[in-house]
Write a protein that binds this ligand. Structure first.
Ligand code: ZN
Length: 79
């Protein structure tokens, strides 16, 4: 499903395609490049908070770490 998200900085409407009705993560405005952390529940935007580049890096690092843990788990499962 595609959700419309309005940038609180410039008012431009962007869209985000979602696989789940729940999402919590970063969103970047395609026009002004402003970063937000958004929270979606039941296909509705619940919160939209400004996010810094630093915060995004942290989020990506956490995501990468989780992927590495998942990969490691999958590896051990096979043995
Ligand atoms: Zn914007």
């Amino acid at each position: 499903m595609i959700l419309k998200i309005k940038c609180t900085e410039c008012g431009t409407e962007g869209s985000l395609s979602l696989a789940d009705p729940v999402y919590h993560g970063p969103y970047r405005c395609w026009k002004c490049r402003a970063l937000f952390t958004i929270k979606i529940e039941d296909n509705q935007l619940k919160t939209c908070e400004p996010l810094t580049e630093e915060g995004l890096k942290q989020h990506e690092a956490e995501l990468k770490k989780q992927q590495e843990i998942d990969a490691l788990r999958a590896k051990f499962k096979r043995q």
